[in-house]
Every structure is written in C-alpha cells, then in structure tokens.
Design a protein around this ligand. Structure first.
Ligand code: GLN
Length: 483
C-alpha cells in the first residue's frame, strides 16, 4: 500500500516505470488525499479530478511512449497564477474567479511532456501579492505544521500542499520571495531560478522584471528534477534565456568553495531562534570543507524600497487589463463603460488596490524620475554589488525568512510589518540571480529555511551544495508533520 507522505517524486516515477503501480492508481491516491486534507488546510482552489484522471489514463494506455519521462505519473499542484487550458485559473482573485484560460502556459506544456499529472491548482495571495496567503479571495491557507499559523506566501497553497503530501511537487512564482519564504515556513525545498531560465509565458503577470516561475518539492533531488523539466528557452517570452544550464554534481565535500554569509540580511530583524539555526548550518558547511567568511553587499539594504517601487509600478500597469470588458469578472450595473471599469475594479482586494495606487503614483508624470527612475538606478547598483561579491565568493547564504510561521491575522493589518518578511529574499529578485531555500532545522518546533544564492545560471552548483547539505544534516523535517 502506498503511503503518500513517505513517497518522493523520483520514487513515484520509478514505481510507475516498473509497473508496480499505474499512473491512474497513483492519481486516485493523491486525489483522495487532497480531498481529505484540503478541508482543513485550504491549500487548493481547484481539484482537477477529471482532467488528472484523463492525463493518467493517457499515460497508462500509451505506456511505451511515456515510460522514460522524468516525472512519469507524478502528481503536481500548480499555483493558480499559471494558466492551464480548460482549468480555472483565478490568481486568487474575485476578478478572475471564473476565468478559464484558452491556452496552457509554456511550463504546463513542459510538465505534461515530462509525464507529470496536474491534480490541482493551489491557493495563493491575490495576484501573488502577499507573504501569508491571507489576501486570497478564496480564504487563508493554513500551515500543516500548525493550523493556527500561515504557510507563508504568496505561493502558500503550493508549499502547504507539498508539506501535507496532497501532491509530491508543485510550481509557484517568486517576485520577491513567494517560493522561498513559504518553502521555509512549511519545511520544504523551493527555488527561484535565474531570471529568464524558466519561461513566464502564461504566467499571470505581477512585476514582470522580477517574476520567476520555480519548483517546490520535499527534497532537493525532486526539486532539481522538476526544475530541469520546466527550464528551457521559449521564443514566446522575450526575456527567456538561451543559456545552456549546467547539471549538478554529487559532491562528497565542499572543499575549494568560498561561501559568504551576507551580514546585511543575516543580522538585523532576524529572530534569535532563526539566527541560531542559521549559524548551525553555516558551521555545518564549514565542517564539510567550505571556507566561510562574512560579506557586506553594498546597497542590498535598499532592496526593500527598490522592490516596493518597482513591483507595484509594474503591477499597476499589468493589472490595467482587468477592466471588466475584455475578460474575467464584469460588473455592468452602471450606465457607461467607465462605470463598468469602476464597478469591476472596485472588486480587487485591499492589498492589490494599495499596490495599484502606489505604483500609479510612482509612475505618474513629475514623479517618475523621483521614484521609479531612482529605484532602477539603485537596482543597477545592487546588481553590481552582487557581481563584485561573486568575484570573491562562489555562493552567498542567509536565512530565508527572518521569522518562522506566524499566527493567522497577526500581521495582515500592518502592511509594513508584512513587507519585512521578504527582506532576505528580495535581493535575489532585484539582481535576477538564482536562490534556493532548504530546511535547516527547527525553532520552537517550526521549520527554518537556509537560503543559498549563486551567480546567474549557477543552479547546478546550488543543487550540488544543497544535496550535500540535505544528506549531511538529515534535513528531511517532514516526518514531524502530523496531518
Ligand atoms: N511578499 C512579496 C509581495 O507581497 C513578494 C510576493 C511574491 O514574490 N510574489 O510583493
């Protein structure tokens, strides 16, 4: 009998390949598990039962064509900001609550081609704006470690669904930390790839120069497998890179690696519990042979203000399209088309409205140079500082999140406090570089994540180091989850 919480994605694909279980049987097990668990966690907006069973049946009845696919029959949940043909894609918003895309995102085609089975669409903050999954129109999602706490955000449903074994892997989007922070709070692995290495075509846009799709999994190997399945050039995304990605290696030690502890984001505002667990991981890296030193990265502390000018400015322009005329929710109770636009757009949630107002202000004539323009100049300086740092260090580490999972409702009325949750993760989006979060220990019984950042297109090296850390520190914490 298969136990969903004991299975990994790689094992699942192997079992199906060896015909010890069929894709349909696996799909049914995880659909059942999703239905059972979702009622208490609220991590899924849609369970795509018919769609998933059809996909599984296709694999079982054309087994020879599929048998060598890397994600053969692996159940996956997809964040509800990624377009799925014929499956509702809501972005966690009332505005798109009935929207059914006419096409698949590039990554969805890649997933289907890799043999993965999309069994659900996961809950998220509205238009991916948030750090707690509480801004979703479909209600807050809960953290399987402690149902009174948040799973992080904005890809909270993706992380919580993996942590509670409703699916073995998930994909989310990360604009300022939305993959890594929920991965950290839910005790799983999540990666934001290099900007341009995974196509954004079909991703509902938030901050286009920062958005990046990336993988979630229970362990680093599964995460890596998923990453290489979705990465690759796509002519439909003009920022998609043609760079060839390097594979990871199986390392026995970290000799010859220089790793920098970024003091600017590893000290201030970090809880004592998180600091302690983080220090242990740095010591473990040192014991494995890495040379560890502290580094201060110029201007990195400006990442938060740069982000909160850049992301809302781009969002205010991206969200113009939701006017109640082209598609999505439409309120036509008024007399003119202007009334329709007003009445429709008043249905955005408070956080989304706040971002639109902030962004529209920052872009308005007379203020553009003062705000958006200045933010872009500082962004350039931050990119330069990282380039200089990577001349001296192979990788840079920090905690992923300054605190562990916090109580539902405890921060939602204090946006500035909420924004602080991403102080460690935003710099990688500003610079475009890849960064992973892996579980590295517990503080007061809740998971803490270690962030490893590397230069552009160094995913292979990041996975190599993360795999060694995982096996040496016995980092699979999910055994502790009881749901
Ligand atoms: N929490 C950040 C925000 O609210 C980041 C969100 C994200 O990465 N999508 O903007």
């Amino acid at each position: 009998m298969i136990n969903p919480s004991k299975l990994t994605a790689i094992e699942c694909a192997e079992l199906i390949q060896k015909k010890e279980v069929s894709a349909t049987e696996i799909t049914k097990i995880f659909l059942e598990r999703s239905k059972e668990v979702n009622s208490s966690i609220n991590s899924l907006i849609t369970i795509s039962e018919d769609y998933a069973l059809k996909q599984a049946n296709k694999i079982d009845s054309n087994f020879e064509d599929f048998k060598n696919k890397p994600l053969l029959g692996v159940p996956i949940s997809v964040k509800d900001v990624i377009s799925t043909k014929n499956i509702k894609t809501t972005a966690g918003s009332k505005i798109l609550s009935n929207y059914i895309p006419p096409y698949d995102a590039f990554v969805i085609k890649k997933l289907i081609d890799s043999g993965a089975i999309i069994i659900s669409k996961s809950n998220c903050d509205e238009f991916a704006m948030g750090s707690s999954n509480e801004t979703s129109y479909f209600g807050a999602c809960r953290n399987p470690w402690d149902l009174e706490t948040v799973p992080g955000g904005s890809s909270g449903g993706s992380a919580a669904s993996v942590a509670s074994s409703q699916n073995l892997i998930s994909i989310g989007s990360d604009t300022g930390g939305s993959i890594r922070q929920p991965a950290s709070l839910c005790g799983i692995v999540g990666m934001k790839p290099t900007y341009g290495s995974v196509s954004r075509a079909g991703l509902i846009a938030f901050g286009s120069s920062l958005d990046q799709i990336g993988p979630f999994a229970k362990n680093v190997q599964d995460c890596e497998k998923l990453f290489y399945s979705i990465a690759g050039h796509d002519p439909k995304d003009l920022t998609s890179s043609k760079n060839k990605l390097k594979n990871s290696k199986n390392l026995n030690n970290l000799n010859n690696l220089k790793i920098g502890i970024c003091t600017d984001i590893s000290d201030q505002g970090i809880s004592e519990g998180v600091k302690k667990v983080f220090k242990n991981s740095a010591n473990a890296m040192n014991k494995l042979g890495a040379e560890i030193d502290e580094i201060s990265i110029d201007y990195i502390k400006e990442s938060l203000p740069v982000y909160y000018l850049t992301a809302p400015s781009e969002a205010s322009s991206n969200l113009n399209r939701y006017d109640g005329i082209k598609y999505g929710y439409s309120n036509q109770d008024g007399k003119t088309s202007w009334d329709t636009i007003d009445l429709t757009r008043s249905n955005f949630g408070d956080e989304v409205k706040r971002r639109i107002l902030l962004g529209t202000f920052a872009l308005s004539s007379g203020y553009y140079d003062e705000y958006y323009g200045k933010a872009q100049k500082i962004r350039g300086l931050i990119i330069n500082s990282f380039n200089n740092a990577f001349k001296k260090f192979d990788l840079i580490i920090s905690p992923t999140s300054p605190i562990t999972a916090f109580k539902i409702d405890s921060q939602i009325d204090d946006p500035l406090l909420m924004y602080q949750n991403d102080i460690c993760t935003m710099p990688a989006n500003i610079a475009g570089i890849p960064a992973i979060s892996i579980p590295c220990g517990l503080s007061n019984g809740l998971p803490v994540g270690l962030q490893i950042m590397g230069p552009n297109f160094s995913e292979g090296m990041i996975f190599s180091v993360a795999k060694l850390m995982e096996s040496n520190m016995n980092l699979n914490l999910l055994e502790e989850v009881n749901i």
